[in-house]
Write a protein that binds this ligand. Structure first.
Ligand code: CO
Length: 290
């Protein structure tokens, strides 16, 4: 018998200014909840309509000890990092960056968006790395929308884009260091989906359009449901339908020392991260064309 996960806590995202001054809806972390191990942060960027010359991003900044995952729903961003990776992301594209031992990167609107403006909407999720992988070499996986497996239920009322994990008989194309589920679900009214999420995973559902029933309880736009014990996540579209991210992963259950862009296990490792960044050991972004 599948054991449907109930909602253990329901959290409302708060609004926050980030990077060069863009507004995010942030359901994690919130007051009283630092993380849902292994997830450190869930930011919804926008949707925001930029006028020409107004689009802002996050210029050069470092990370160490975890992964940043960007998923663009609308707009265009450009990425460059000190490990030599460059990428342009458009609607539906995903970038899974393992900062590991350390990178300096810039996440900016594309030149065209900076010039002409336009709509920006997307997610950034931070996935923690276990102690044994915190100093792993940086890795960059960029997937275009067409490379992300998607599937629709037999009745056409449930649709999923599988960025990580498996659902509706399809599996993700991306590689993760530890078992992670990252899926974008769209449920039409009366649509229904059940997703196997192993009992050893922590799991959350963040609704970012409409409303869904998660287990038996309603979750509205901008709310994140933290799920309790079970091996199956049940999503239903109810009267309105809605869209949500399903995130799950095996917790590391390790001490966490966190300061800004660095997430380590001890305070001494945070101090070391600052030293390494300030002395240039995380590198810098090479100028265009070099
Ligand atoms: Co960053």
């Amino acid at each position: 018998m599948p054991q449907i996960r109930p909602i253990a806590h329901l959290i409302s995202a708060h609004r926050q200014l980030e990077g060069g001054g863009f507004v995010v809806r942030r359901p994690l972390p919130v007051a009283g909840l630092d993380a849902v191990d292994p997830f450190l942060l869930v930011d919804e960027l926008g949707p925001v309509d930029y006028a020409p010359g107004q689009a802002v991003g996050a210029p050069d900044h470092p990370h160490r000890g975890f992964e940043t995952v960007s998923y663009i729903l609308a707009g265009e961003t450009e990425h460059a990092d000190s490990a030599g990776h460059r990428g342009a992301l458009g609607a539906g594209d995903v970038q899974w960056m393992t900062a590991g031992a350390g990178v300096v990167h810039a996440e900016m609107p594309s030149r065209r968006m900076q010039q002409d403006g336009g709509r920006m909407h997307g997610f950034q999720v931070w996935v923690n790395l276990p102690a044994r992988l915190k100093m792993t070499p940086p890795r960059y996986q960029g997937l275009q929308a067409a490379q992300i497996p998607q599937a629709t239920s037999a009745d056409g009322r449930a649709h999923v884009r599988v960025i990580a994990g498996a659902a509706l008989g399809i599996e993700a194309a991306i590689a993760t260091h530890t078992p992670i589920v990252y899926q974008d679900w769209t449920l039409q009214p009366d649509g229904e989906a059940t997703v196997a999420v192993p009992a050893d995973h922590n799991a959350v559902v963040y609704v970012f359009a409409g409303a869904l029933l998660v287990g038996d309880a309603a979750v509205g736009d901008g709310q994140m449901a933290i799920l309790g014990a079970g091996d199956t996540v049940r999503l239903r579209g109810g009267a309105t339908g809605g869209r949500a991210l399903l995130l799950a992963g095996v917790p590391h259950n390790e001490p966490m020392a966190r300061y800004g862009p660095f997430v380590m296990n001890t305070q001494a490792e945070i101090v070391q991260a600052f030293r390494d960044y300030q002395s240039g050991r995380m590198g810098r972004i090479a100028a265009d064309g070099t």
